[in-house]
Design a binder for this molecule. Structure first.
Ligand code: PMP
Ligand code: GLN
Length: 379
């Protein structure tokens, strides 16, 4: 008999719901990815590097040109300089970066605080390292963090906190006061912070994204994780990166070199040229805010309830007034019988807390949102 290292893990909900949508020809607003293409210019840049022969390994920490470009981009965005040789590591998506960061700093018996609903790769990575996830449950509809509760959960075994801002699946965002409190807590308990900021450029309603990189105290103890796939509409290319102080980056890189060694070289080079131009991503908040508003105005007549997402490209809809069914069953039923796929939220809670809420991805073309809304309004 094989003894599973992850006995409680099945297939990730994203693969399950996308598979079900495909099987039943449903409109897929479940897994988070755009149904439109990345920029033609970016595609042709990557192509050109392949044609010009840049098809072999890059250094494990990432191609120097891309690390340089990330350093410049980060300085432009957040006004802080990071050394591309010592503090920036390119990874095969944020998923890989999260795995390396969690693995590098979790030892058997360490407690790692996470906020639930939590992105589904955190808990398995903690458990594979023998760590103990300590969940703090956030609640519908605003999913704000109660920092006193965080303080109460800290023990002598606590080593790290994982935050996700803007937050998937809820669309909630942290403000400056949240980060200041987090900084105080992390500093006084000597905790590291993994900050999953893959939606850093998707914040709405005139708000500014609050990054750990902008807070001096947090910057010194955090691993900041980003995804170029989210920012440049190319989730299938799997390029992400980690920014962390030299000492943390050194440990991070020890793991990363044996997970993937390096990331797809021509894609790194294409991005290195492309991301220098800030115009390519600075209107993302406006772009996705329009998608959010369009989606919400199209479903105005429906029986679902919501409060508008503050960031990310996900909108939660509550079906409390429609059905008593479990969210997983309801999401599957809507996919099979109504032709619309979403993500049930209970799967992101260790306790499987079910608040009768589904997540819909609005990173979709007008026509997709229109067809989706027509169905949603009939439910
Ligand atoms: N963290 C969060 C919160 C996400 O939503 C995603 C989306 N896939 C990831 C990490 C992983 O990003 P990537 O696709 O770059 O691996
Ligand atoms: N982050 C994407 C989402 O939340 C999915 C990524 C994945 O499938 N692993 O839908």
């Amino acid at each position: 008999m094989t003894q599973s290292k992850l006995p409680n893990v099945g297939t990730t909900i994203f693969a399950v719901m996308s598979g079900l949508a495909e099987e039943h020809g449903a409109i897929n607003l479940s897994q988070g990815f755009p149904d439109f293409s990345p920029s033609e210019k970016l595609i042709s840049m990557v192509n050109r590097y392949m044609e010009r022969g840049y098809n072999q390994y890059s250094p494990p920490m990432g191609h120097p040109k891309l690390r340089q470009a990330i350093s410049q981009k980060t300085e432009n965005d957040y006004g802080v300089y990071f050394d591309p040789d010592k503090e920036i590591t390119v990874t095969s998506g944020a998923t890989e970066a999260l795995f390396c960061a969690i693995t590098a700093f979790t030892n058997p018996g360490d407690e790692i605080i996470i906020f639930e609903p939590a992105y589904d790769s955190y808990v398995p990575a903690i458990e594979l390292s023998g760590g103990i996830p300590v969940p703090i449950e956030l609640s519908y509809p605003d999913f704000s963090v109660d920092w006193d509760q965080v303080k109460q959960k800290i023990s002598a075994k606590t080593k790290m906190l994982i935050i996700n801002n803007p937050h998937n699946p809820t669309g909630a965002i942290l403000d400056e006061a949240d980060l200041n409190t987090l900084a105080e807590i992390a500093e006084s308990n000597d905790l590291k912070v993994i900050s999953d900021e893959v939606y850093e450029h998707i914040v709405f309603d005139g708000k500014t994204h609050q990054t750990v990189l902008g807070n001096e105290s947090l910057r010194a103890r955090s691993l900041f994780i980003a995804s170029l796939g989210k920012t440049f509409h190319a989730t299938g290319w799997k390029v992400g990166y980690c920014i962390a102080p030299e000492e943390l980056s050194r440990e991070f890189r020890k793991i990363h070199q044996f997970v993937t060694f390096c990331t797809h070289t021509p894609t790194q080079l294409g991005y290195a040229d492309f991301i220098q131009n800030r115009k390519e991503y600075l209107d993302l908040p406006t772009y996705y805010e329009k998608r959010r508003n369009k989606f919400l105005s199209l479903i105005k007549g429906s029986r679902f309830e919501w409060s508008p997402a503050g960031g990310t490209y996900f909108q939660l809809l509550s079906y409390k007034g429609i059905s008593e069914e479990k969210d997983v069953d309801f999401a599957k039923k809507l996919t099979v019988e109504n032709g619309i796929a979403s993500i049930p939220i209970s799967v992101f809670f260790s306790s499987r807390k079910d608040e009768k809420v589904l997540r819909f991805c609005f990173a979709k073309k007008d026509e997709t949102l229109e067809r989706a809304a027509e169905i949603i309004c009939q439910i």
